[in-house]
Design a binder for this molecule. Structure first.
Ligand code: SF4
Length: 381
């Protein structure tokens, strides 16, 4: 049986983004120097590097079973060290992936800890308090147990959730409260956790500190490079799993490339690319990331505009402008042979996907024929 102090430290190590976890580390008297080079904290550094490696490879961070206070502290300290590593590498894609992996893992731990019958309602209350969510529990803890939160809080964290069920029009509203199941509330918590982790990354780490942790960052950079090769350039650069960016129309590719290079893109082009990407299934957050390199980037303003175009919060959902509108505003560039057969950038995308599938099918059919022919020749020989 673990004593209460161990249980508390283990709890903080599971949720190291909590304000209480930060206070615990501060109160421990461990300095930045101890963390980056103290011999006693080598295990925390190795585990910190592992956290980042797991985020790159698996998109999730393991939560090991904690059995002692020492182990809990290593786990807890590995989190700030991982943040230092991610900040020193300072790759936008890694930052996104790390924040998402940490948030997802916290979600899984929360799910395990709070939704089984007889589970821990204190955990839900604690998280709600931490993220200033006024949660009302309406039944015994269980993943389907009803809960509710005020609708402005619901809106704050669901803007990036793509599924129709998160739209306010599909939700029962009762005196300003939105009814949810416990597992849906946990999903909202994941969004809140992600926003917190993402918010201050990259940290402003002094170059001397980055130099001291070079041997860890070198390894992670190699890992990141291997992953870049595996994913392909487009997905890696944007950090977004677009369905098939190589099939996007030339006009959209040109705008995306300008955004990536930090070129100031006119409003009409921003509207075109945003509405196009929303239509092919990207989330509000993913699109905001694309604007991050713009010279005049203002996250709040961008979010407002993207949410507005997406039709969230009851406004009209806009479709991408047609080719003739694109031409009018000078946004039709590099048109090719497929452009001659369509009148809308979304039709271009669909046609390209169709052509690609057709080519792949005929390629695999001719490959099969060759294999059969070769088999025949061998048996005849
Ligand atoms: S013709 Fe249409 S799809 Fe092709 S580049 Fe111009 S706007 Fe884009």
């Amino acid at each position: 049986m673990m004593d209460e102090e161990v249980v508390e430290t283990a709890h903080l190590s599971y949720y190291p983004f909590l304000a209480a976890a930060t206070s615990y580390v501060e109160a421990s008297g461990i300095t930045l120097e101890d963390l980056i080079s103290g011999a006693a904290l080598e295990r925390a550094r190795v585990r910190g590097k592992e956290r980042v490696r797991e985020a790159i490879r698996a998109g999730a961070v393991r939560k090991p079973r904690v059995m002692s206070r020492g182990q809990a502290e290593i786990e807890l300290l590995s989190y700030p060290f991982a943040r230092i590593l991610v900040s020193c590498i300072n790759n936008a894609h890694l930052i996104r992936r790390f924040a998402l992996a940490e948030a997802k893992s916290a979600y899984m731990a929360l799910k395990e800890g709070s939704t089984f019958t007889g589970g821990d309602t204190d955990l839900l209350d604690e998280m709600a308090l931490e993220f200033e969510l006024h949660l009302e529990l309406l039944g015994m803890p269980h993943e389907h147990a009803p809960v509710r939160i005020p609708f402005p809080e619901y809106l704050r964290y669901t803007a990036n959730l793509r599924d129709k069920r998160w739209k306010l029009v599909n939700r029962a509203l009762d005196k300003g409260q939105v009814n949810l199941r416990t597992n849906e509330f946990l999903r909202i918590l994941q969004e809140a956790i992600h926003a917190r982790i993402r918010k201050d990354l990259p940290l402003d780490v002094p170059p001397t500190v980055c130099e001291s942790v070079r041997r860890y960052t070198n390894e992670l950079e190699t890992e990141l490079e291997a992953w870049r090769k595996q994913l392909g350039e487009d997905e890696f650069e944007t950090g977004i799993r677009m369905k098939d960016p190589s099939s996007f129309p030339p006009c959209i590719k040109a705008i995306l490339s300008n955004l990536r290079e930090g070129v100031n893109v006119p409003h009409t082009a921003r509207f075109a690319v945003t509405s196009f990407l929303l239509n092919v299934g990207l989330t509000v957050d993913e699109i905001i990331e694309l604007y991050r390199s713009s010279p005049d980037f203002d996250e709040e303003r961008t979010r407002y505009q993207v949410v507005h175009i997406s039709g969230e919060m009851g406004s009209t959902k806009y479709t991408a402008p047609s080719c003739s509108t694109m031409r009018t505003y000078g946004n039709c560039v590099d048109s090719d042979d497929v452009c001659e057969k369509i009148w809308h950038p979304l039709s271009y995308y669909k046609m390209r996907l169709k052509l690609k599938r057709k080519t792949e099918r005929s390629k695999s059919a001719s490959q099969k024929e060759t294999e059969i022919d070769e088999g025949k020749t061998e048996s005849e020989g």
